[in-house]
Design a protein around this ligand. Structure first.
Ligand code: GRF
Length: 219
């Protein structure tokens, strides 16, 4: 087992759990690629981290579809770059959250998705989505949960004056940012940090632990 305490960009970090994963699978042990559905509301850098890890053989998975709720977001261009189907579900056109989630479930089923990754999905989910994929939905959040749940997690950390924050991958439950924790990474808060500089440092680790978490699912 190799302790891996340094990120690819050399910024110090502590990742938990610390794992060393075999990079190759012999022909008898080959598992079929995990079919993922990604849900995103914005930039999609976490989506691209997954797509890139798949493209370079680091992950035995495929992104069957990306679902997005805000027209014109940057994640769309990233989906195009990787040739991944993108389906818009605009929440502004559906009154009830349950109906909105049901539409999403139908798309995920249509694309035969096995696991769902919320990668910057900025909507509260309902039991409808949870029941369709029980314990098979994960989320990335920019804090070390249970600290700083909800929106503006990076700003909350700065306002609280913490010296260490980070990110969490967890299984999604009905309560916001509260399901079982799979991976966390700690990131230092530097004296001159703005929400933007701190978020950028956190995102380096988000991309890393999200890929690690998906690898763990399919190992
Ligand atoms: C990430 O910081 C994630 O933790 C939060 O929303 C942000 C999404 O970033 N839930 P991106 O769209 O993946 O770049």
């Amino acid at each position: 087992m190799t302790a891996n305490l340094t990120s690819p960009d050399s910024s110090p970090s502590l990742i938990s759990p610390i794992i060393s994963r075999p990079q190759t699978v012999d022909s008898l042990g080959t598992t079929s690629p995990l079919k993922l559905g990604v849900m995103a509301s914005g930039s999609g850098s976490n989506f691209e981290a997954i797509a890139s890890a798949i493209a370079n053989g680091q992950l035995n998975a495929e992104i069957s579809v990306i679902i997005y709720n805000n027209p014109g977001i940057k994640a769309l261009a990233r989906a195009e770059k990787y040739g991944i189907p993108a389906v818009l579900h605009n929440h502004r056109h559906t009154k009830k959250r349950e109906d909105f989630d049901q539409q999403i479930v139908e798309t995920l089923r249509q694309y035969e998705v096995e696991w769902v990754v919320m990668a910057g999905w900025m909507r509260v989910v309902t039991q409808v989505l949870l029941d369709a994929f029980p314990n098979r939905i994960i989320n990335i959040h920019p804090s070390v949960l249970p600290s700083f749940k909800g929106v503006r997690a990076v700003e909350q950390a700065l306002e609280a004056g913490v010296k260490i924050t980070g990110c969490t991958v967890h299984v999604v439950s009905l309560d916001v940012d509260s399901g079982p924790i799979l991976f966390q990474a700690a990131v230092p808060v530097l004296p001159d940090d703005t929400p933007e500089t701190l978020h950028a440092r956190i995102q380096v680790q988000e991309h890393r632990i999200l890929v690690e978490a998906i690898a763990l699912i399919n190992c």
